[in-house]
Design a binder for this molecule. Structure first.
Ligand code: SF4
Length: 1490
């Protein structure tokens, strides 16, 4: 399992590995005997495995405190055992931090049963931890375990040395009926010895995305948690969380509390990590008691949400469970001698298949447990039923939980137009907010989209007033905790939230169910009224205004404190619902509203600090909330629900306005009623909230509430500490007084003498004269066009002056260079042609932009030796050879371009692999100089790309293996990246298929990116790209453009410095992009640590874009971002324009370098000492702090050039090298011959066949190979088996495989069968893992057995026969044919826009499992469809020997009516799907395969 773990820069210090077992009493008795100690009384002895400090004195000090604590608790210390270790196997970094490891044996005298003994030990440990908490070295003491049942051996070790390090683990006396083994790959904390896993109860493969909220809520609970088992000692066992520990450690802590308080481990895990029980037909119909259990707990314990495979044990039970979305692999198998294994991979243990009676996998939300005393194994439903039956949860819920009944929207406005306008002004609305956001949502029921990124200043830099929300950026999942898909996998998500007191989770009873359940957090006025009337809630409304007449007493800050006190008092008096309200009959000029976000967050924090938060919910009744981001902020900082009364009134006013009425009457706008307008608005908000949750990988709003998943840009410490404690705020900013001033600037507008007749347009979205400054503006684009088209240096210097004199727009504008050297002549500086080689263009897809633009950019970059980026969508192979036919600037090869030269190549040096895998074929990959994995993009991190149907021309469709006119949507996550080890696997796959291409990973700047980047570097990436939030060209929701991601200056600083600190900086090239326009940007980025520099929007402008900003409409007036022929014909650009631009930029860089006295860009990379703050004032604050950017942790050991010039990282020796070295195979490839081979395979052999496929694709393309490689593998294949197969590769696997089988295959044949003579029934067994056939573009696969989740996602042409699948099969499929001869999971065919699926439904359970949003479900009536199905099943019998298929064929007439055919609209008129299709004559029908 070594390949699933992370390793430090020394390639030796593991991120962590460990094992939990029962206590090896025989071993310890043997030790005791040697020490002259009596053998242990197993019932009464506890064993502690302790990491002690390194220093001898501290060890003695620590031991003294430990011994005293045990004594005080009445426990007798029997002895200390130094744990025998072999330090020679420990890596350099790990050894530096290695603790002294000892075991302590204690006798518990006063308790007689195991649970009480365990509790006593738990109390002792907590007391000891407390005693050390105040010591400066307290963190050096750590109990891996202290238990009478279990023990944990772990450390900063690699898998293979764990057993060598701890010699106990090799001792024959070490016996245990179970073992939980874990190998860590850390990405959210730096590796440390205590953070290795397993923890004390569980080992966790995953991430808890809601950790900040979970910590807050656990802290809130501390005072209310009580249980008789603690005999009043609850105070002594606090706290129940540690913000400095990892997410897994905190989850372990919460589980431990529940279990020590009397819950069983399976019950604790069901409470903490609930499955997606809604929309679950099996549970609802067969196991309603399980649904009741989850309903009961949903209002009491927020889910610890995120991808997770959890293995747990208390020593009596051992079990495993999977997160609600099934985002981690978990395979299990049972043997005839009653051993159960669960593991992330098959093949990790040598198991005789003839003894295996069952091979399965845990599906989403599933659990398996084994009772270690009775030997009984409980599978999912048995476990859940048993737990759920322990109390009458259904009765308690039905008798105590109230559901809020929907109340109709108001059918008329409440206020007159003038009052509405005044209120909108007072509360900070602009005309863009009303017209582009609120009205669009009211009219269309969805968020508005826009394009070309966010090019206005951060709120703190802006000269315009902003609402407080604009200082917050949404955080999002990258790499380790994947975004989930609110559109296609929304069934695991929920916006439900409960209102009212949260009871004592340590006890169960009907009173805990006494809450009000809301279906969403968006309330209308009537619904809020209902809540206020609920007698049990005892709601209290707290007005949120401050009073400027009262001076300091009425100041914003003082008023906030008073508000918190009022909330405090109300809750202490029994109020269970606090309504913070800025709703008033009359606005008063001197009583402005507190920003509602500040009010909510301050009260939330105050109640947490004072132990009252569980007693009441917070609801905001506010005018200051109308966008999805604003709702998300309020919920993220503690509001359970919001009544956006002024936004609803604005919807009503819009609907009743004469303008709207006329537009509807004239048919220029669809007619909606006043109620529909409000429903639409709420619908858009809810969809937007789901999207915001999902981009952080969170499924449940109840877990998002209070999770504070935002980064703050521009608020000072006093504000953050009071209201937003725990959120990252790196650059400081506004004080309370400054914030009050900004708030007041809105308020006074409503009361000025000459009140404006309409709302002000600040120009935050669209450029307008007098409005907010936009980095990309018409003047700038004109100046740039002139400079590059005229090739005029003086014109370029005017462009430079324009940039130099712009208002402060980005953080780097606040910095300038200082030098420690005298200037040198420019002639001494490295040439421009060397500098431009560090330049790249953004990943703009062919499809989003036109062929002309895409090719012109690529040609320009190739002329310069820089790099263009294909973006997502593939590339026409015609572009891969240099042009030789150019005459007068024109070439018949690329007839639509002008300004060409012979020798030009239009290939994109960087070829992108994004989540949709559009155009990603073996040949595409094999022809890349570099391969980029796009994890996130600046304009919409955490969301998938989308190409509207009208942009999918025939040409675009051909390159993407799709159908013209059908929209192409990419999933938010790469379905083969659900963890850092998955990313490492995809990097491995790409290095496999093209070992000459450097692999880059594109991330977006946000807090924590340094640790993520370290994980990516350890994952063997060659390049890490950091994008700023301001990038982006394609269509995105406005809220995503504006409110997600951070400035690259901060992201780059964190990445560069963290990599240096971890000794990893030399491994990777750092590339940065986001709003680059000039040489100054390049120099700034270099000084902060970047080696290479990306230009996005400005490259489009240089080739002709005039910033009309309608790219998302396909109507680009200059043919830059349109696929319409007539508009493309207007494309004004030539490659030379871009060449000129980059040469000017490079010259600018040279000029600056000369002034600084440096000869090479190399010399200033990472030199923050050459930067200083500019002497200037910002309009809003003088408290911005740029020290973070100016800090330094030293320089990389290598020069930037040396880092850039290093070889492509290698996969090391791989099985494919052996295959390619085989003379017969190489001869068959070289001369297109046929060869047969049989090869043994193990799970460490990953991406097998990928390299062979790359060699074939490079030589013959995706279809040209006429040879036959017939290779049979036997054993357990590692991940990505048979990836990127090409035609002519006929691969058979006898055994089993892990995840990603057949990933990206473009042709050939793949057959997977179990070994002969197994002890299990093949059609019941899972023999291939998750996400098989992802992004396949051709070929056939036959599997005798079942597949895991997400089978055939984004398949576009391949055909498959398999005997069962997990959830989400055929998701996002755009072509091909999938036959499933057994049971499937939920959410079949979500987002399936092409291809066909045939599914056998023997027990009539399929229909509720199908996602019918796009596909229709029908019996197989078309004769051609029947033929297609039958012939594929015949092929399956022939290839696999499947008995299931044979029986189907034998009784074909009986089985055929049991098949369903899933048909998306694009296939409805095909002969396979349409029984009435006219041309059924067999000879005229082209079957896709048969
Ligand atoms: S000119 Fe074309 S590419 Fe440029 S912003 Fe407008 S629509 Fe987009």
């Amino acid at each position: 399992m070594e390949h699933r773990g992370g390793c430090g820069a020394d390639n030796d210090s593991g991120d962590g590995s460990g094992v939990m077992t029962s206590i090896p009493w025989d071993l310890f008795d043997n030790w005791a005997e040697n020490q002259g100690i009596a053998s242990f009384d197993k019932l009464h002895t506890g064993v502690g495995m302790i990491f002690l400090p390194q220093d001898d004195k501290l060890i003695e000090e620590a031991k003294k405190v430990i011994v005293n604590t045990f004594r005080q608790e009445g426990l007798e210390v029997l002895g200390w055992r130094p744990v025998p270790v072999n330090t020679s196997v420990v890596g350099f970094y790990a050894k530096e931090a290695m603790p002294n490891i000892q075991q302590v044996f204690v006798r518990v005298v006063k308790e007689e049963n195991v649970d009480d003994i365990e509790r006593e030990l738990y109390i002792c440990r907590k007391l000891i931890e407390r005693a050390f908490a105040s010591e400066s070295w307290g963190s050096e003491l750590y109990f891996c375990s202290l238990s009478n049942q279990t023990i944990v051996y772990k450390g900063m070790l690699r898998s293979e040395v764990l057993g060598l390090f701890y010699s106990d683990l090799q001792n024959d006396l070490y016996k245990s009926p179970f073992a939980i083994y874990h190998r860590r790959y850390s990405t959210n904390t730096s590796p440390r010895w205590p953070l290795a896993q397993p923890m004390r109860f569980l080992g966790h493969n995953g991430e808890i995305n809601t950790i900040q909220g979970n910590l807050n809520w656990m802290q809130s609970r501390e005072t209310s948690l009580k249980s008789p088992v603690w005999h009043g000692r609850e105070n002594e066992i606090r706290p129940f969380g540690n913000p400095k520990a990892s997410d897994s450690a905190n989850l372990d802590c919460a589980a431990e509390l529940l279990i020590r308080s009397g819950r069983t481990p399976d019950e604790a895990l069901m409470i903490l990590v609930p499955e997606a029980y809604k929309n679950h037909p099996t549970l609802t119909i067969k196991y309603p008691e399980v649904v009741d259990f989850y309903d009961y707990y949903k209002g009491q314990m927020e889910a610890w949400d995120g991808p997770a495979l959890l293995l747990f044990s208390d020593g009596k039970t051992v079990g495993a469970c999977l997160d609600r979305n099934g985002l981690r692999p978990a395979r299990y198998w049972r043997t005839i001698d009653n051993v159960v294994y669960v593991a992330s991979e098959v093949g990790v243990l040598p198991v005789d298949d003839s003894k295996v009676t069952m091979k399965g996998r845990l599906g989403p939300g599933m659990m398996i447990t084994a009772d270690l005393l009775s030997g009984q194994v409980y599978e999912n439903t048995e476990v859940k039923k048993r737990v759920a039956a322990s109390n009458p949860y259904g009765k308690w819920v039905s008798e105590n939980m109230r559901s809020l009944k929907p109340v109709n929207f108001l059918s008329a406005t409440v206020l007159d137009n003038e009052t509405i306008l005044r209120r909108q002004q007072a509360f900070g609305y602009s005309s863009e907010d009303v017209q582009m956001i609120i009205e669009t949502m009211a009219a269309q029921g969805k968020e508005p989209t826009f394009c070309m990124g966010d090019d206005i200043p951060l709120a703190i830099l802006s000269q315009k007033p902003h609402m407080l929300y604009d200082y917050f950026k949404q955080r999002f999942a990258q790499v380790t905790n994947p975004a989930i898909d609110p559109l296609r996998e929304g069934l695991v998500m929920s916006l439900e939230v409960n209102i009212g007191k949260r009871g004592n989770i340590l006890e169960v009873g009907p009173e805990n169910a006494s809450q009000v359940a809301l279906s969403s957090p968006v309330l209308n006025e009537g619904e809020l009224e209902s809540l206020l009337k609920d007698p049990q809630l005892r709601a209290q409304v707290l007005p949120t205004f401050f009073d400027i007449r009262k001076g300091v007493e009425g100041s914003l800050e003082k008023t906030l404190y008073k508000l918190c006190e009022a909330a405090d008092e109300a809750v202490r008096n029994g109020c269970q619902l606090l309504v913070l309200s800025d709703h008033t009959d009359e606005l008063e000029a001197t009583r402005p509203a507190i920003p509602i976000l500040l009010a909510v967050a301050a009260v939330h924090q105050h109640l947490i600090q004072n132990g009252l938060r569980m007693s009441a919910s917070i609801v905001a009744d506010t005018a200051q909330c109308f966008s999805t981001h604003q709702f998300a902020c309020l919920i993220g900082y503690g509001a359970s629900a919001i009544c956006p009364y002024l936004a609803l009134e604005t919807c009503r006013q819009w609907r009743l306005s004469a303008k709207t009425v006329n537009l509807m009457r004239n048919g220029k706008m669809p007619t909606v009623t006043i109620e529909q307008a409000q429903t639409n608005f709420c619908k858009a908000i809810k969809a937007g909230l789901l999207k915001i949750l999902s981009k952080m990988g969170i499924s449940l709003l109840s877990s998002y509430c209070g999770a504070q998943i935002f980064e703050i840009y521009g608020l000072g410490k006093e504000i953050v500490d009071l209201a937003f404690y725990g959120s990252v705020s790196k650059i400081g900013g506004l004080t309370f007084d400054e914030l009050a001033r900004e708030t007041l600037s809105f308020w006074v507008k409503a009361f000025s003498e000459d009140t404006a007749k309409r709302l002000e347009n600040f120009g935050f979205i669209q450029f307008r004269p007098g409005g907010e400054y936009h980095g990309n503006n018409p003047e700038m684009s004109k100046l740039l066009h002139k400079a590059v088209r005229q090739k005029s240096e003086s014109a370029f210097s005017i462009y430079q002056q324009h940039l130099a004199s712009r208002p402060v727009n980005v953080l780097r504008d606040l910095l300038e260079f200082k030098s420690d050297r005298a200037p040198i002549p420019v002639g001494k500086v490295e040439p421009a042609l060397s500098i431009v080689q560090r330049f790249c263009t953004g990943g703009m897809s062919l499809g989003a932009i036109s062929r002309e633009t895409h090719e012109a950019i690529a040609i320009a970059m190739n002329r310069l030796g820089g790099k263009s980026n294909s973006g997502e969508g593939g590339e026409d192979p015609i572009r891969w050879s240099p042009l030789t036919d150019v005459v007068d600037g024109y070439s018949p090869t690329l007839p639509h371009l002008k300004g060409l030269q012979n020798g030009d190549t239009a290939t994109s040096a960087i070829k992108q692999v994004a989540s949709g895998r559009f155009g990603v074929t073996p040949t595409f990959l094999a022809n890349a100089d570099q391969l980029e994995i796009k994890i996130a993009q600046g304009a919409k991190p955490g969301e998938g790309g989308q190409l509207p149907g009208k942009k999918v021309s025939a040409y675009i469709a051909r390159l993407r293996n799709s159908k013209p006119g059908v929209p192409l949507i990419s999933p938010p996550p790469h379905h083969d990246i659900y963890s850092i080890e998955d990313l490492a696997q995809l990097i491995f796959d790409l290095h496999q298929v093209n070992p000459k291409a450097k692999v880059s990973v594109k991330l977006v700047a946000e807090a924590g990116i340094g640790t993520v980047a370290s994980g990516v570097a350890k994952g063997n990436a060659d390049i890490i790209q950091i994008s700023g939030h301001d990038g982006g060209t394609g269509a995105s929701p406005i809220s995503s453009i504006k409110h997600a991601g951070g400035p690259w200056e901060l992201g780059l600083t964190e990445t560069h410095q963290t990599l240096i600190e971890n000794g990893l900086r030399e491994r990777v090239i750092l590339r940065v992009d986001g709003g680059f326009k000039s040489g100054v940007d390049v120099l700034m980025a270099a000084a902060v640590g970047a080696d290479e520099y990306g230009f996005g929007s400005v490259a489009m402008i240089a080739t002709g874009c005039v910033m009309a900003r309608i790219c998302h409409t396909n109507n680009c007036p200059v043919g830059v971002a349109s696929q319409r022929e007539e508009l493309r014909a207007r494309f004004p650009g030539v490659p030379g324009d871009l060449v000129n631009f980059f040469l000017y930029v490079a010259e600018e860089v040279r000029g600056f370098l000369a002034q600084l006295g440096y000869e090479k860009l190399d010399d200033i990379v990472g030199r923050t000492d050459l930067l200083k703050p500019r002497d200037m004032s910002l309009v809003k604050t003088q408290h911005l702090d740029l020290n973070y950017i100016l800090s330094s942790v030293g320089l990389p050991k290598w020069s930037s050039t040396a880092i850039r010039n290093q070889e492509v990282h290698s996969n090391g020796p791989v099985l494919d090298d052996n295959l390619l070295a085989d003379p017969e195979i190489s001869d068959a490839i070289e001369n297109e011959k046929e060869v047969h081979k049989t090869v043994k395979i193990y799970n460490v052999d990953r991406a097998v066949c990928g390299r062979v496929a790359g060699v074939i694709a490079k030589k013959y393309g995706d279809t040209g190979f006429a040879g036959q490689l017939n290779i049979t593998f036997t054993g357990s294949a590692g991940q990505s088996f048979a990836c990127f197969l090409t035609p002519g590769m006929n691969i058979q696997l006898i055994g089993e495989a892990n995840d990603y089988v057949g990933k990206g295959m473009a042709g050939g044949e793949l057959v997977v069968t179990p070994l002969e003579n197994t002890g299990f029934c093949p059609e019941d067994a899972t023999i291939v893992g998750n996400t098989c056939l992802y992004g396949a573009t051709g070929g056939q696969i036959f599997v005798r057995g079942k597949a895991g989740e997400r089978f055939a996602v984004r398949n576009s042409l391949a055909q498959a026969v398999v005997e069962g699948t997990g959830d989400h099969c055929c998701e996002y499929m755009t072509g091909g044919c999938v036959v499933i001869l057994g049971k499937v999971g939920r959410n079949v065919a979500a987002g399936m826009t092409g291809g066909l699926a045939y599914i056998l439904d023997e027990d009539d359970t399929l229909i509720p499992k199908v996602n019918k949003e796009i596909v229709k479900i029908q019996r197989v009536t078309a004769p051609v469809g029947q033929m297609q199905l039958k012939s594929l099943i015949e092929a399956h019998v022939e290839k696999t020997g499947s008995t299931k298929s044979s029986s189907i064929l034998t009784e074909w007439d009986n089985y055929l009516p049991l098949f369903w055919q899933l048909v998306p609209p694009s296939e409805e008129d095909t002969p396979e799907a349409c029984a009435e299709y006219q041309s059924t004559a067999a000879e005229r029908v082209t079957l896709q395969s048969a």
